[in-house]
Write a protein that binds this ligand. Structure first.
Ligand code: PMP
Length: 413
């Protein structure tokens, strides 16, 4: 007999399955509100202008070493620049305070944000041994998979208030106060929470930080949208930097993705940073060695092309300014599309309240549509969104938002 006939049925990734269904649909008005990738007003992928500059440089240089291996820890010029961006250090000069702060941080290059989440989970599962990992309800579905694969028991803290379509701060805090145990890990979305688009306010972040510090809960930040959410790199990293700068110092970590903010999705560009409390300076080197041990055993090292592009953009003040403009192009188009959809729903007098579409931030909005309505959107109108009611705002354009609004209006009536 065969050995694999009785394998359990593994879950199919909903987002990628939906994308296949969209591609196979021949309807001329079809709309893809599923996958979280940036699209232009014409519905096309958009290579960033700053990124294209580096691609041109690289092809002119025709460097014979361009396909060589990276070190196991990755390109350290890249990981340092990534770190400086995340923690708000100056990219050009270094103050003595910054120098000291950097000595708390162990960094390695990863296979984008997913790989950073994975390396972090694997490292903590081996060397920190949390009893539980707390994830928001709901969260990015891959958080479940990544932590389940490490065998760490998952618990959920309330996050989304379905009545207000806002952050359920009181219930989140109450649950964590009552149930989180010392040494647990809590997964926090640095900004532009996926899938809800709802972030804590600064005051709420401060309360979460205080709780983590007091109860000795280990913050694990997932930062996939820095600069992409608000257009401001500082604003989108506020929570990470607040936790990092707290006294007494907390141990924490950050999984950092460059997929969205550089448009480098397929080039798998990211970093993982583990922050010590600084009490033992020798610790950082040891942490990096152990991270490298895991990386070597799993895939040897991260890929080179994306990290080369990011490090070169970040090293050059002119290109960096151009990148900031690129971020503004993407984030402002998404903010405009939120407005357009919202205004059209108001104009149609669509039953229900829709302010949350403009109050939410980033790539996604949790619409509050029900499973029946979501099915009708797909079957009747060829509009594809996740079963949870999450829509990717980047699938909206000046030519389709009215059709989407009209379809929502139809299915909710
Ligand atoms: N975390 C979150 C919350 C995300 O939304 C994403 C992108 N979908 C990622 C991590 C990682 O994406 P990638 O691996 O492409 O960098």
């Amino acid at each position: 007999g065969s050995s694999f006939a009785n394998l359990p049925d593994a879950a199919v990734d909903e987002i990628f399955a939906l994308n296949h269904a969209y591609i196979a649909d021949a309807h001329p008005k079809k709309v893809n509100l599923g996958i979280g990738v940036y699209r232009t007003a014409e519905g096309k992928p958009w290579p960033l202008s700053s990124v294209q500059k580096i691609e041109e440089q690289l092809s002119r240089e025709n460097d014979a070493a361009r396909h060589e291996y990276l070190p196991i820890e990755g390109d350290t010029v890249f990981t340092k620049a990534a770190r400086d961006l995340m923690f708000g250090f100056s990219l050009d000069a270094e103050t003595p305070a910054e120098k000291a702060a950097k000595q708390r941080i162990a960094s390695v290059q990863t296979v984008a944000g997913t790989g950073a989440n994975h390396i972090g989970a694997a490292f903590l599962a081996h060397h920190y041994k949390p009893k539980h990992v707390w994830v928001s309800t709901p969260t990015w579905a891959n958080h479940h998979t990544i932590w389940d694969l490490q065998g760490i028991e998952r618990k959920g803290y309330p996050y989304f208030n379905a009545e207000t379509c806002a952050f359920d701060f009181e219930n989140a805090i109450a649950t964590l106060e009552a149930e989180a145990e010392e040494g647990d890990v809590i997964l926090l979305h640095a900004c532009a929470h996926n899938p809800t688009g709802v972030d804590p306010t600064k005051e709420q972040w401060k309360a979460i930080a205080e709780l983590c510090q007091r109860k000795h809960i280990f913050p694990f930040f997932d930062s996939a949208y820095q600069g992409f959410a608000s257009g401001s790199l500082e604003e989108d990293a506020w929570a990470v930097q607040y936790f990092f700068n707290m006294e007494p110092r907390m141990e924490m970590c950050v999984a950092q993705s460059f997929s969205k903010n550089f448009g480098l999705y397929g080039h798998r560009t990211g970093a993982f940073h583990l922050i010590t409390n600084g009490s033992n300076p020798a610790e950082v080197g040891l942490i990096e060695k152990n991270l490298c041990h895991i990386i070597r055993g799993e895939y040897s090292m991260g890929p080179k092309f994306g990290s080369t592009i990011v490090k070169r953009v970040l090293a050059d003040p002119t290109l960096r300014a151009q990148w900031h403009d690129d971020l503004a192009v993407m984030s402002s188009r998404l903010i405009q599309m939120r407005q357009a959809l919202y205004q059209e729903l108001l104009r149609l007098k669509t039953p229900g309240t829709w302010e949350h579409i403009v109050n939410q931030i980033g790539m996604f909005s949790y619409t509050g549509l029900t499973p029946g309505q979501i099915l009708a959107m797909k079957e009747e109108f060829h509009i594809y969104l996740l079963k949870s009611g999450r829509i990717s705002i980047s699938g909206l354009s000046p030519t389709n938002f009215a059709y989407v609004a009209q379809s929502i209006d139809n299915v909710v009536r």
